[in-house]
Design a binder for this molecule. Structure first.
Ligand SMILES: Cc1cc2nc3c(=O)[nH]c(=O)nc-3n(C[C@H](O)[C@H](O)[C@H](O)COP(=O)(O)O)c2cc1C
Ligand code: SF4
Ligand code: SF4
Length: 321
């Protein structure tokens, strides 16, 4: 009889795209009878860093300015030394697939390696932008539905446990990631410049409750911002009256979450939406999806058969339908 296995997913998520991906991966682990716990990190979520009893340890984060967000890096620094070279993996989520994002895990990987975790797997998943501009519904649906299927492959490969060869990255990716690390102190400074439109604010305190960094407080009748902002955009996204201005980034604001459940079932939005015929900006996403679909196909998963919940048998490597 096989011993019961377990996984823990440490997640930093701003507007909950990464959390949505974590929930997909957790569901797939459970299909394989592997208990999976999701732990959100951030100053507002102090958590037990003891992960010694878990077989698989996942780190999931949204790419911020071509880097791992600072709260995830700080969290990794607090982790204890690995027991018996525990297996760790990274899933990073971002708005576009371009090469400057490729070196985003560098510091996180360094910390995990130093602590003795056996980092054997990394994948980059796409979810819509939560800053700069809102993605069209069709693209948002495509990303969500695609990740539902792709997360099955991710879990299959994690369970298989083969150590993947580290990819050679362009020097330019490293340089860009290094230069944009200015975003870490920049987030704290810009956080102080957040302001509330008092004519719109209904004092619901949702922003106070939601901020993963505990950076927002209510003092009397006012909402105040502290020095711990991670520029995650959650307060802006979930404010019901669009009352928050985000300092110098005010023209890049995306207010309101993407309604993935509704979009996923919308028959008017074809799936797959990004195809070889896609034009405009999203044409640039075609190589990413072509390569990922090829990887799915190599493992016997067909994206277009409308079977997002196809399950791989962890023992045979075949597909249970
Ligand atoms: C401050 C900030 C910086 C970002 N930088 C990048 C980036 O460098 N590359 C990218 O592809 N997406 C970038 N994004 C987009 C997010 O990675 C993307 O929207 C992700 O889905 C957000 O996930 P979350 O909801 O879990 O926070 C950035 C978002 C924010 C808020
Ligand atoms: S979430 Fe928006 S409306 Fe509610 S207290 Fe915060 S700023 Fe005001
Ligand atoms: S203040 Fe807003 S943007 Fe900054 S960490 Fe909190 S929720 Fe995120």
């Amino acid at each position: 009889m096989t011993a019961t296995q377990s996984a823990i997913l440490y997640v930093f998520s701003g507007t909950k795209n990464t959390l949505t991906v974590a929930e997909m991966i957790s569901a797939k682990f459970q299909l394989h009878e592997i208990a999976c716990t999701i732990v959100q990190i951030g100053k507002a979520h102090p958590c037990n860093t003891d992960c010694s009893q878990y077989d698989y340890i996942g780190f999931l984060y949204p790419i911020h300015a071509f880097n791992t967000p600072k709260p995830m890096v700080d969290f990794a620094r607090q982790l204890p030394v690995a027991v018996d070279k525990q297996r760790a993996f990274i899933v990073k989520v971002s708005g576009e697939p371009f090469s400057p994002n490729a070196a985003s895990s560098k510091i996180l990987m360094g910390i995990l390696n130093e602590k003795g975790y056996r980092l054997f797997f990394e994948r980059h998943l796409l979810m819509p932008y939560n800053i700069w501009f809102r993605y069209p519904d069709g693209i948002a649906k495509h990303m969500y539905r695609f990740n539902q299927t792709y997360s099955e492959l991710i879990v299959h490969l994690i369970i298989k446990g083969e150590v993947e060869k580290p990819r050679l990255l362009l020097l330019s990716s490293h340089i860009i990631a290094f230069l944009f690390r200015i975003q870490w102190p920049g987030a704290r400074l810009n956080g102080r410049l957040h302001s509330i439109d008092r004519t719109r604010c209904i004092r619901c305190t949702r922003c106070v409750a939601e901020c993963p960094m505990g950076n927002i407080s209510q003092v009397g009748d006012s909402i105040r911002f502290g020095w711990s902002c991670a520029m995650c955009m959650r307060c802006v996204c979930y404010c019901p009256t669009d009352a928050i201005q985000i300092g110098i980034l005010r023209f890049w604001k995306v207010n309101g979450p993407y309604d993935y459940k509704r979009l996923a079932d919308d028959p008017l939005l074809p799936f797959p939406y990004i195809t070889d015929e896609t034009c405009g900006y999203f044409k640039l996403f075609r190589p990413y999806y072509r390569a990922a679909e090829l990887e799915l196909a190599t493992h016997g998963i067909c994206l277009t058969q409308n079977r997002p919940y196809v399950t791989m048998n962890r023992y045979t490597g075949g597909i249970d339908t």
